[in-house]
Structure formats: C-alpha cells, structure tokens
Design a protein around this ligand. Structure first.
Ligand code: SDX
Length: 430
C-alpha cells in the first residue's frame, strides 16, 4: 500500500502504512517525532493503535468478534471456557489430549497456599471484592517465583487461571462470614467455582448443570476483547518487565471502574432504581440524554461497537430460556427490554450509535445464578483472565515491544525563577 503523505508547513513527510489481515489500515508514525519534532495527540487513544495483535478481531461497524479467527457465536455455541482459554493463550484449539492435560493441570493448581488465608482475615466484611481480588492476585508473586524462564512462566499462567476462582470464592465467603469451601478435583472449572461460592460444610450442595453451563458461556463471552482499557493496562504494566501477577492485578483494578467492567453491577442498580420509580423507563431515557445530568444508561454505548455488541445479543437471546428453566421471573429483565426498545427508537441514541453492550444483560443472568451484585465485576474478571494473559504473553514475546511511554503536549507555565516566600505576596488560591 502507498505511503501516507503528511504536510507540515513546508515539510512533506512520507509515512509507511500497515495493513492488517482483515484489511484494517494504520499510518505507522513511529518515526514521526524523530523526523519532525511533532507528535500526534489522541486523548483516550480512540484513533491510536498500540500494537499489532493476532488474538482478537473486532469489527465494530458490523458487530463482529472473533478469537484467533473463530466467531464468538461459534465459540459460545460449541466450546467451553477452558478450551477458549487454551485457544487464546496457545493460539490453536487443543486436541482432546491437550485439553485434558490443560484441565487436569488447572484442577491440580487450584489450591491457595494456606498462608494466603491470612490476607483475607485482614479485610472487613464490606471490602470491595475487586480490591480484594486485585491485591491477592498481586501477592501471588510473593509465593511463586516470577523468573522469566519459559517453564516457570508457563506454570504461573496455569497457577493464575487455576487459583483466581478460589481467590474470588474465598473473598465472597469471607464477606458473608462463612467458612471457605475448598476446590474439588471432580468438578469442572465453572462448577467448582459455583460449589466454592454456594456450598456450606454442613450439607451436600449439587451444582445445577444449567447454572454451570450458563456461567461457562458468560465467561467465554468475556474472555478477550482486544485493546480495551484493562487489557491495555496489563500490556502497559508488563511492558516495563513487571511480573505476570502484578500486571494482571493492575488490569483487575482498571476493570473495576463503572465505565468498564464495573458497568454490569451499575446496570442492575440502574434497573432497580427504575423499578422502584414505577418502571418509568421514558423518564430515565430522557435523563440519559440531558447533558446537565450525569446520568448515563449503564450498559449502553461502546468505544468500538457502533452496532449491536454481539456478546449482548448472545446473552439477551439466552436470558429468557435460562430464567424460564430456572423458574425465575425477574421484573428487571422486562424493564431492561423496555429500556432497550425505547432507547433504540430514540434519535439521541441512534445518532450516536449507542447500543446495548456486554454489560447490559449479563447482570440479569448473574442474579438468576444467585451471584450477589457486588461480585458481578469479579465474574467479568474471571472470564477476562485468559485474554489478559494471552495479550501479556504476546506483548512479552514480541521482539518489537518497547516500554509503553506515551508523550504529551505541555500546556503549563513557561520557565520562571523561584521567588522567596517573603517576597511572594498574596496569591489567589486555585
Ligand atoms: C466494557 O473497550 C472495551 O472493549 C470494553 C468492554 C470489554 O469487553 O472490555 O467491551 C467492556 O467496558 C463495555 C462498556 C461498559 N460501560 C458502560 O456501559 C458505561 C456506559 N457507557 C458509556 O459511559 C460509554 O458509552 C463508554 C464508556 C462505553 C464509551 O465511551 P466513549 O467511547 O468515550 O464515548 P463518549 O463518552 O465520548 O460518548 C459519545 C457520546 C457522548 O455524547 P455527545 O458528547 O456526543 O453529545 O455518546 C454519549 C456521550 O454523552 N453517550 C451516552 C452513553 N454512552 C455514550 N449517553 C447516554 N448514555 C450512555 N451510556
């Protein structure tokens, strides 16, 4: 493809083009500053590519999401979360034997070091689960050597995926004052998590296969999403040479924000508020359009999708069936559907191409499974972990990776000399 031509004053600069395997085009500006002393400015990086990646492809205009070339619809219909985790990390769907070995290793690394239980004891019951998750994931590097030797790092990948569900379940049990339930080697990944969350020592707890299957599909839907805020954070932290556990811990913190992974619990709080206000959907759609209010329709809009988020479509399509099979009639689902209908018929949302995203319906299903609202974003993190790991490894193994260090445009004071305090006079505050 021809170079891009940039004219700066009387300078004309030729910039090479990069074209991806799906035809996406990028102007390669890596030599721009050296050649012209000029940088680009793109707050929020909405127009800036941070890397070349072979893991996930999104076409936001067409609502396409693929992992290593496989569509999200195909994977949610036919695969399992552990198989998708393998695909994201190792690049290919596993053979039967490879998957069995991978799952067996995850099963046998799901225990936490007994000393780690002391960390949970220090938290108050109302500690935010995402803060607990981020802190305890970071502390794994105190127990497992972060040498960059390939085999040690590969084992730490297994340890992290295996242990994060135990950490999440222990954080929940601690918050409700119940004893920890240990991992069981006879249960698959999502069933074991549900068992650790809801079993109690005094009685048998049977995991509902439908709930386990639903959780499995939700985790597949959250598994990766190219260079979103938390994944970019994981890459940025890892680019300094920081260890895997610390990089993932930073990603968990980034995900916790209400504009990102925190949106799923914010959606339920919003739907409850509308329900308590007589289900007056029109009022809240108008409020979301009113620039003087800071109210937004949580679970609506996306930086990349300017069409339906394919994950929201999958979740919505299964919500009715799952609730019916569980015998649950959740009024919030009806309010969510009405809110979606009213919003999508409204010019404000249509003009800005705002559609429901992955967080809009996911909370309805988490509720149906008995997951408490303050654990919804933890569920997002459990699903996203393999994607974060795959992206971190791709960054680490790319010989072209440099430490992430963006530039800036300085808009502060120009050079000035120090004034002794006795000579300063009264300066207006702020
Ligand atoms: C996730 O990046 C990813 O891939 C993330 C994610 C993943 O898998 O990792 O998909 C997961 O984070 C999904 C998004 C979850 N967040 C929410 O649902 C929070 C509500 N949504 C928004 O705050 C917003 O839509 C964002 C944060 C998702 C996107 O923000 P952008 O791209 O910066 O868009 P913007 O804020 O510049 O909005 C553009 C316009 C603005 O209006 P104008 O200034 O043009 O008049 O759309 C408006 C916004 O006010 N707008 C909304 C809105 N979202 C955008 N107005 C009302 N309600 C909303 N939800």
């Amino acid at each position: 493809m021809d170079n891009a031509t940039l004219t700066l004053g009387n300078e004309v600069l030729e910039l090479p083009m990069v074209v991806g395997s799906e035809g996406e085009k990028a102007v390669d500006i890596r030599k721009l500053r050296a050649g012209t002393g000029t940088i680009t400015l793109d707050s929020g990086y909405g127009n800036t590519g941070s890397c070349e990646s072979a893991i996930t492809f999104i076409d936001g205009e067409k609502g396409i999401l693929r992992h290593r070339g496989y569509s999200i619809e195909d994977l949610t219909a036919n695969s399992t979360f552990t198989e998708v985790a393998y695909l994201l990390i190792y690049g290919e769907l596993p053979s039967e034997e490879e998957l069995a070995t991978f799952e067996e290793r995850l099963t046998h690394h799901s225990l936490l070091h007994e000393d780690m239980k002391k960390f949970f004891e220090g938290y108050p019951a109302n500690a935010p689960p995402m803060s607990v998750l981020s802190t305890i994931v970071a502390s794994l590097s105190a127990f497992y050597d972060e040498s960059t030797q390939e085999d040690e790092l590969e084992l730490n990948v297994i340890r992290l995926i295996a242990k994060i569900k135990t950490i999440a379940a222990f954080a929940y049990k601690k918050s409700i004052g119940q004893p920890y339930i240990y991992p069981r080697n006879d249960l698959d990944y999502s069933s074991d998590f549900l068992h650790m969350m809801f079993a109690v020592p005094s009685e048998e707890y049977e995991v509902d296969p439908l709930v386990s299957k639903t959780l499995n599909r939700l985790m597949i839907l959250h598994a990766d999403h190219e260079q979103n805020c938390s994944t970019s954070t994981v890459r940025m932290v890892g680019s300094s040479g920081a260890n895997l556990f610390g990089s993932i811990s930073a990603g968990i913190s980034a995900l916790s924000g209400p504009l990102h992974g925190g949106a799923n619990s914010a959606v339920i709080k919003m739907l409850n508020m509308i329900a308590e206000d007589g289900g007056n959907v029109d009022k809240y759609v108008e409020l979301a359009k009113d620039k003087s209010s800071d109210f937004r329709l949580m679970g609506f809009g996306h930086r990349v999708y300017k069409n339906f988020d394919p994950r929201a479509r999958v979740i919505k399509s299964s919500a009715d069936a799952v609730l019916d099979q569980l015998g649950i009639d959740d009024p919030l689902l009806d309010i969510a559907k009405k809110l979606e209908r009213v919003a999508l018929e409204d010019e404000y949302f249509a003009a800005r191409r705002l559609y429901p995203n992955v967080d809009f319906y996911s909370g309805i299903l988490y509720r149906a499974m008995g997951i408490p609202t303050n654990m919804f974003t933890v569920m997002f993190a459990l699903g996203r972990l393999p994607g974060w790991i795959a992206q971190w490894l791709e960054m680490k193994n790319d010989p072209g990776t440099r430490i992430y260090r963006p530039r800036q445009v300085y808009v502060g004071e120009n050079g000035r000399s120090y004034v002794p305090i006795a000579e300063r006079g009264v300066v207006s505050a702020g």
